[in-house]
Design a protein around this ligand. Structure first.
Ligand SMILES: NC(=O)c1ccc[n+]([C@@H]2O[C@H](COP(=O)([O-])OP(=O)(O)OC[C@H]3O[C@@H](n4cnc5c(N)ncnc54)[C@H](O)[C@@H]3O)[C@@H](O)[C@H]2O)c1
Length: 413
């Protein structure tokens, strides 16, 4: 097999995939697509590849695979189109933004016979890969409780820069939706899947800068409690709280492991209870692990090396014809926790079941479930982006956001 010819849609986050494709792993970047023409031309020149503003025309390009880095809530329909055009697909998070999209995506992958990979990079950070290895070796025993945190603190100027337009998804997706960076590492380390969620959402207090200086109309953060399919419980914390943090903790029947919260967060702390079994090694070990393969290349990649493993596993899956670990079933299971947790939060934290969409019998109930807070798809009975209802940015906040959007060349239509 020659190089895998890939095209990328979305030249923001997508530029990273494009760069990775061009430098290693037998992938060749052949086309880029984005509706923001100015940005597209700039990135297109950098990579010297064909550019498209129209997705359907882009799909006609002679290529084997498509990488989706378009808007967060629009991946499933774009993935389905690419699969129908005979392309392998790797999709940024989320895999789907409604339950109906989850069902449709799974069925499209099954029908196409093509590779689908959910591009969750956080499980591939060095400490998470190490914790998976430790778990598989039985170092902490049976998984009982886990915590996953993805906390991103941002100055309003940065929030505005990455959320251009009143209806940009970053201004309205509910606080539970961006849950996969916190959940996917736990699924990957412990080989478990979510089956049940309870959630609470944290609203912005009056003295917070975000509602004063941005067009944001969702809530700040959420806590999701997830029951996993082995009976363990996990607590997820995401998104916009002060003090950045990417952190994972796993408690097992014989010990605990986590990455360090302070200092070098790539370090792993392993605590093994000496009284659980006879041991001669230390009760606590704190060390900096290496990546299991391609350590040097991964060290140079973004998101703690996690980005390297996206292109790596996608290329491997295409070459071997075997679906990757982050196949469509795990991608959808991880992504639907976002909307299901929002349902829970809107009902004060009531429990909501996470269906196992690998089973055809469970799909029927959700095939028409298009419930979404997306302003472009608004219908009676659909939720608002905030648990407090239809929040409107103040005129002052909107004027401030517009100034920043203008400074980055974004033109409102
Ligand atoms: N895994 C990670 O660490 C990580 C980091 C950043 C972003 N992301 C994900 O990457 C995706 C993109 O995020 P982003 O930060 O680049 O911001 P973004 O969502 O604003 O960028 C999307 C890009 O896609 C283009 N686009 C949207 N619809 C299009 C269409 N129909 N045709 C052609 N182009 C279209 C937009 O013009 C824009 O340039 C999101 O899903 C986000 O969740 C993931």
């Amino acid at each position: 097999m020659g190089d895998i010819r890939v095209g990328v849609i979305g030249v923001g986050r997508g530029s990273g995939f494009a760069r990775g494709a061009g430098t290693h792993l037998g992938m060749e970047l052949v086309a880029l697509c984005d509706t923001w023409e100015e940005k597209l031309q700039e990135v297109g020149k950098q990579f010297s590849v064909t550019t498209y503003t129209d997705y359907d025309r882009f799909l006609e390009h002679d290529m084997d695979a498509v990488i989706l880095a378009n808007y967060f809530h629009q991946h499933a329909p774009y993935a389905i189109k690419a699969l129908q055009a005979g392309k392998h697909v790797m999709s940024e998070t989320a895999a789907c933004s409604t339950l109906a999209e989850g069902v449709a995506l799974i069925e499209a992958v099954e029908k196409s016979g093509r590779i689908y990979m959910f591009a969750e990079n956080y499980p591939y950070m060095v400490f998470n890969q190490e914790m998976r290895r430790l778990h598989q070796q039985g170092k902490v025993g049976t998984f009982m409780y886990g915590e996953g945190e993805y906390v991103h603190s941002m100055h309003p100027d940065n929030t505005n820069r990455i959320s251009p337009g009143v209806d940009h998804w970053r201004n309205w997706i509910p606080a539970t939706y961006y849950c996969t960076h916190a959940l996917a590492p736990i699924m990957y380390i412990t080989d478990t899947r979510p089956v049940w969620v309870n959630a609470q959402v944290i609203t912005y207090p009056k003295d917070h800068l975000t509602p004063k200086m941005t067009a944001v109309r969702h809530d700040a953060a959420s806590v999701i409690v997830v029951r996993m399919d082995n009976g363990a419980v996990a607590k997820l914390l995401q998104v916009s709280l002060r003090g950045d943090g990417v952190w994972v903790r796993i408690h097992g029947s014989h010990g605990l492991m986590e990455n360090l919260r302070t200092g070098d967060s790539n370090m792993v702390r392993l605590v093994r209870e000496q009284y659980c079994e006879e041991r001669t090694d230390p009760g606590e070990q704190i060390y900096r692990p290496d990546f299991p393969v391609h350590h040097e290349e991964a060290m140079r990649a973004g998101h703690g090396g996690g980005d390297f493993f996206m292109n790596y596993h996608f290329a491997e899956a295409i070459r071997t014809g075997k679906q990757p670990y982050w196949d469509v079933y795990r991608g959808v299971a991880c992504s639907i926790v976002g909307p299901l947790a929002y349902r829970s939060a809107l009902k004060g934290g009531d429990g909501v079941a996470v269906p196992d969409l690998r089973k055809k019998s469970e799909r029927k109930k959700y095939v028409a479930d298009e419930w979404t807070p997306d302003p472009a798809r608004r219908k009676r009975g659909y939720p608002w982006p905030s648990v407090e209802g239809d929040i409107k940015p103040t005129a002052r906040a909107l004027a401030y956001a517009r100034k920043v959007w203008k400074s980055i060349g974004y033109e409102e239509r």
